[in-house]
Design a protein around this ligand. Structure first.
Ligand code: SAH
Ligand code: SF4
Length: 429
């Protein structure tokens, strides 16, 4: 979501006449797009602003956007950090105005107001993170209020984009040569648009599965979506995947914990058993769906027994990949009121143990692909070896493969020949 916000902000700035550079030394204005989901992410902002101040002094204008901007607001101006303007998560469409005011000499420019309804979501071709992959936000914000999570506070309530607008964006991207779109949101399967316009002919038990079918009907080669919320992950999503080849066979379904006690304390709204049923359903799909997840270790009150249950679930689900996080209290969330009682070294031990189990899962999942042929979107020249291209499969595995540069932007059949340090290598056929 943050990458997508940066893409949109860059596009807005350019159309408003600003020139963009990634070289901070030559920039007049430096903008930090920030994340506050974990403590570490938030601290990075303060470190980087400090470094900038030290290197260039107060001459350089500094702005902050994103979740830290929304949550900290005015506080960011305190403490002599040299921050000139702060733009909240829903004010990104007005960032040029904020910069304009700061350039005119206004001090402490702050915009935390809501989004205007006619906000333009278009990202110009030059500012997409990839010429071949495009992000399309379908829902902003979150209403779930999991007890550990800051997102409902930093990004506000859920707001779905109109289906006709989403389909228009997918068609535009397709026309521009994009091969893969990612429908993005904190909980994509909570998608609930206010209007049915652009949606009428599509079946499905939930608006999200209707949206998937509408997006699939654009004919774009690949559609991925993330993140799915387990409680609202209904069977018809899997039906839609099974029916439409261009809906990719990858589902990111964060479980957070394998202990019912902890899931209740996190207020996730699902039990281990409901979750396992969804995984069983996904595993039964004829499409061989790639599965990934997020897990938090060391939530307040997590015992060894709770942790062991998480390990068991991770073994059971055999995820292709998992993002594991050590719990960090986020001020303002209900869990931050609880004692953060799993000691730091114990969190690290649990993290490492779970990582070990997951690495075994991952190694098995990768080994199964050895010798097989996979469809890979050639996205870029590999950073490690410029004779190779690199890209993703439909189930979102990364593959590096020997191929001509002219194949960039094409979906190629690649034979997997080698696995090295958790990465697949192959040759384009
Ligand atoms: N909407 C998504 C995830 C958003 S945040 C979902 O519901 O799954 C991305 C991930 O960060 C979460 O899945 C969670 O694993 C992790 N996370 C969120 N808050 C955290 C916290 N306070 N400490 C550690 N990890 C956290
Ligand atoms: Fe955070 Fe829960 Fe919302 Fe995900 S669903 S963004 S974890 S509150």
């Amino acid at each position: 979501m943050n990458v997508s916000d940066s893409e949109r902000v860059s596009s807005h700035l350019e159309s408003d006449g600003f020139e963009l550079t990634s070289d901070e030394s030559s920039a007049d204005v430096v903008i930090f797009n920030t994340c506050s989901v974990r403590e570490k992410a938030e601290h990075k902002l303060y470190t980087r602003v400090g470094q900038l101040q030290k290197a260039y002094g107060p001459k350089k204008m500094v702005g902050v956007m994103g979740c830290v901007a929304q949550l900290e607001g005015e506080n960011l101006f305190e403490g002599g950090r040299g921050i000139d303007f702060v733009v909240g998560t829903r004010a990104v469409g007005r960032i040029s105005e904020a910069i304009g005011k700061a350039l005119e000499g206004e001090k402490r420019v702050l915009d935390l107001k809501g989004r205007e309804d006619d906000y333009d979501w278009t990202v110009s071709e030059t500012h997409r993170h990839s010429p071949y992959v495009g992000f399309v936000p379908i829902i902003e914000g979150c209403n779930k209020f999991c007890t550990y999570c800051i997102v409902p506070f930093s990004r506000g309530r859920e707001k779905s984009l109109p289906p006709a607008e989403i389909v228009r964006q997918v068609l535009d991207l397709r026309r521009q040569g994009v091969k893969e779109v990612h429908l993005i949101g904190q909980n994509v399967n909570s998608y609930r648009p206010l209007t049915d316009a652009g949606f009428e002919e599509f079946r499905g038990a939930t608006p999200f599965s209707r949206l998937l079918r509408a997006a699939a009907s654009t004919g774009i080669e690949r559609i991925k979506f993330t993140t799915s919320f387990p409680r609202d992950f209904h069977n018809d999503i899997v039906d839609a995947i099974n029916e439409h080849e261009n809906l990719c066979n990858w589902v990111h379904l964060p479980v957070q914990s394998g202990s019912d006690r902890i899931l209740r304390a996190m207020r996730r709204g699902h039990t281990v058993e409901n979750y396992r049923k969804r995984i069983d359903l996904l595993k039964r799909s004829p499409r061989k769906i790639g599965l990934t997840t997020d897990i938090i270790v060391g939530f307040p009150g997590e015992t060894e027994q709770d942790f062991e249950e998480t390990v068991d679930l991770v073994r059971y689900c055999e995820y292709d990949s998992a993002y594991i996080f050590k719990y960090s209290p986020r001020p303002g969330t209900p869990a931050a009121e609880l004692p953060d009682d799993v000691p730091a070294d114990e969190k690290t031990r649990r993290f490492l143990e779970l990582e070990k189990v997951q690495k075994q899962n991952q190694a098995r999942s990768l080994e199964r692909t050895l010798g097989s042929d996979m469809e890979v979107l050639a996205e870029k020249i590999s950073g490690k070896d410029d004779r190779q291209l690199s890209g993703h499969t439909t189930c979102h595995k990364v593959v590096n493969f020997k191929a001509r540069r002219s194949f960039l932007g094409e979906i190629r059949t690649v034979r997997i020949t080698e696995i090295k340090s958790n990465t697949l290598f192959g040759e384009s056929l």
